[in-house]
Design a protein around this ligand. Sequence first.
Ligand SMILES: C[S@@+](CC[C@H](N)C(=O)[O-])C[C@H]1O[C@@H](n2cnc3c(N)ncnc32)[C@H](O)[C@@H]1O
Length: 276
Amino acid sequence: MLQGTPGRVREYYDEHPISEARVLEALAAQGFGGPLTAEALFEFDQDHYGGLAAVDALAGRAGVGASSRVLDLCAGLGGPARFLASRRGSAVVALELHPGRAAGAARLNRLVKQTRVAVVRADAATLPFANGAFDACLSQEALLHIADKPAVLAECHRVLVPGGRLAFTDWIAFPSLGDRERERLWEWMAATTLQTLDGYRALLGRASFTAVEAEDLSGEWRSIVRKRLELHRALRPQREARLGQRSYEECDQLHAYFVRLIEAGKLGGGRFTATR
Ligand SMILES: C[S@@+](CC[C@H](N)C(=O)[O-])C[C@H]1O[C@@H](n2cnc3c(N)ncnc32)[C@H](O)[C@@H]1O
């Protein structure tokens, strides 16, 4: 039976600023008229660092093309899945556990008539697919929420064809990240059991993946998160008007804390690729 999203993860995404409603509001504020396309959503529906270029880099490493059957694990509002379907012509399953996000992803697909993306609401640790159902599995900034990473990697291995490729990005921890900081990341951002670059390398090997590569993206992420914080602060009047002063300040505090951890070299990002 499908279990609910673990409480803290669900609460975090219940309140998250990237939501179907926000995407539609942002489009309306731009005065978007005419038939809505997946392209028009891309500015707002990606919930990871590095935007479309980051999705493209993963897809390139996984060899995703028009004939690929792709699984996007923890797909959020389906933005990366629609990008792969639109730009690479792939058939994509967008798997997402949060009920609001899964329903939002499906509605956005219908709105832009993206029929090459199917949304499935399920847990990444227990995939409802047959062995060898996919040529590529991708995921961005999501495994940080899942405690049982070996289960997720074992499931990716099972649903990939022999020779299929797994490519994902995720937060990584460095040795100086303290216990209190890890607790705060759980309380504030629903991050659990953060891995190191070497920790992920070992987990991928144990899950029987070969040709494992781990790239440290922390330098790139440092400038991305700093710019995002500056943008958030530049939009303070609009955001305060929408969220209220207290929520804006809470959000700012959380955001600044995260940026400080990255700038201090305690937290970062990694990109991992491997072959089944
Ligand atoms: C940071 S968002 C990334 C969304 C998407 N990958 C993107 O880049 O736009 C992480 C997503 O993982 C989802 N998630 C967390 N735990 C999950 C699980 N066990 N199974 C499936 N999805 C999960 C969350 O609900 C959230 O939508």
